[in-house]
Design a binder for this molecule. Structure first.
Ligand code: OGA
Ligand code: MN
Length: 197
């Protein structure tokens, strides 16, 4: 796994983000996707918010995804192994880059057809705890015509990444503004944040 971690770190150092297509096995992608679908089925995915006091209508102008938080002490074997992997990456970052990370939070995200998330940064104004963002995609056979790309803004440059299952994207939470373009079919992912708390 260390080569994958190193690749992500190199990407971060060279161009402010890292991405890998097969961060986890296809089997783990499938079982995480199934867990998301179960949460959706049980009505556990809820509309994501953008501010503490904003209404659903206000939120929906900015983001339309539904989310379900993952607990850090996982009972579910697939969620547990994904979290273990991310904690291994956190330890790798701390020992190679002195990042001082000591927290992690993540949620499943479900974008219904037509949903998007407008340009934003991942840090909250009143909480700088989020240092690195890491998004894992869970979609089967995503095609160009399916839309839903992640667009990252780096000065004048824009980087567009399709949400292919097993692909991971890693960037600094307060540095890279990004958005999710409208998805033309259901789009599934796990968004995570490595924190200093
Ligand atoms: C987020 C986000 C990007 C993506 O959840 O904050 O920007 O590609 N997600 O799903
Ligand atoms: Mn984001």
């Amino acid at each position: 796994m260390d080569e994958k971690f190193e690749w992500l770190v190199q990407g971060m150092m060279e161009h402010e983000y890292g991405t890998i297509d097969d961060f986890i096995s296809p089997a783990l992608v499938t079982s995480l996707r199934n867990n998301l679908l179960v949460r959706k089925e049980k009505g556990l995915m809820t509309n994501a918010g953008v501010g503490q006091h904003s209404s659903f209508q206000e939120n929906a102008k900015v983001r339309m995804d539904q989310i379900s938080w993952m607990e850090d002490d996982q009972k579910d074997p697939s969620e547990e192994s994904y979290h273990r992997l991310l904690w291994a990456f956190i330890h790798y970052l701390n020992s190679t880059c002195y990042t001082g990370l000591n927290g992690f939070e993540s949620h499943f995200a479900w974008y219904a057809k037509g949903s998007f998330y407008k340009r934003h940064l991942d840090q909250f104004k009143n909480d700088s705890g989020r240092k690195y963002s890491i998004v894992l995609y869970l979609n089967e056979q995503w095609m160009d015509c399916d839309g839903g790309e992640l667009v990252m803004y780096k000065g004048d440059e824009t980087i567009t990444i399709a949400p292919l299952g097993g692909r991971i994207v890693f960037f600094e939470s307060d540095r890279i503004a990004h958005e999710v373009l409208p998805a033309h079919r259901t789009r599934m992912s796990i968004a995570g944040w490595m924190k200093q708390i």
